[in-house]
Ligand binder design. Structure first.
Ligand SMILES: [Fe+2]
Length: 189
């Protein structure tokens, strides 16, 4: 299977934006966290998270099909490619496997939690609370690009309440705050 370092190389080759790279790290972190708890293949799930949007910046019109075609020529498991296809509604690829469902469930919400951390003076994910995430989800103008229906559908797909799923993702992201750039900054009064 494609190694993480090779996947990272692929991501960086096609994605120059820092924020999109971080988004991919964020989703990777969250699906790995779930894989670990579910006894699933952590490396494989991580690969799906890391690569799910790798072609988005360079090929927005053909995403994720462009990326899927390239991954098919590489040593990437078919269920990883399937999950990448299924994370986008418009492909019509159904979300069947656990990986399909968890990748979808972590995608928008991990980005949203990052946005919640960023508006704090400290920019630190360690301070993000479930209730503030819930509240901001109910504020349409906040991170308006995040589709609220997708966030709710994600939690439903994995059989958790929205609050539980949010708490899990905060926990996951706390555990990798440095790589995600969410350790925070010192705040002077
Ligand atoms: Fe994404």
């Amino acid at each position: 299977m494609l190694s993480r370092s090779a996947a990272l190389h692929l991501l960086f080759e096609h994605t120059k934006s820092d924020s999109l790279r971080r988004h991919c790290f964020g989703v990777e972190t969250c699906v790995r966290w779930y894989a670990e708890r579910l006894g699933e293949d952590v490396e494989k799930w991580g690969l799906a998270g890391l690569l799910h949007d790798f072609d988005y910046e360079a090929h927005p019109e053909e995403h994720p099909q462009w990326g899927m075609c390239l991954l098919e020529t590489m040593d990437v498991p078919t269920d990883v490619i399937h999950a990448i296809g299924a994370h986008a509604d418009y492909t019509g690829i159904p979300r069947e496997s656990l990986l399909d469902k968890y990748l979808f469930a972590c995608d928008e919400l991990s980005g949203f939690i990052t946005a919640v951390a960023y508006v704090r003076p400290s920019k630190c994910v360690l301070e993000v609370e479930v209730k503030s995430v819930v509240k901001k989800l109910k504020t349409p103008a906040f991170a308006a690009g995040v589709n609220r229906d997708d966030v709710h559908e994600g939690a439903r797909l994995i059989g958790l309440s929205l609050e539980e799923h949010i708490a899990n993702l905060i926990e996951a992201m706390k555990g990798n705050a440095d790589e995600l750039g969410l350790r925070g900054v010192a705040v002077t009064a």
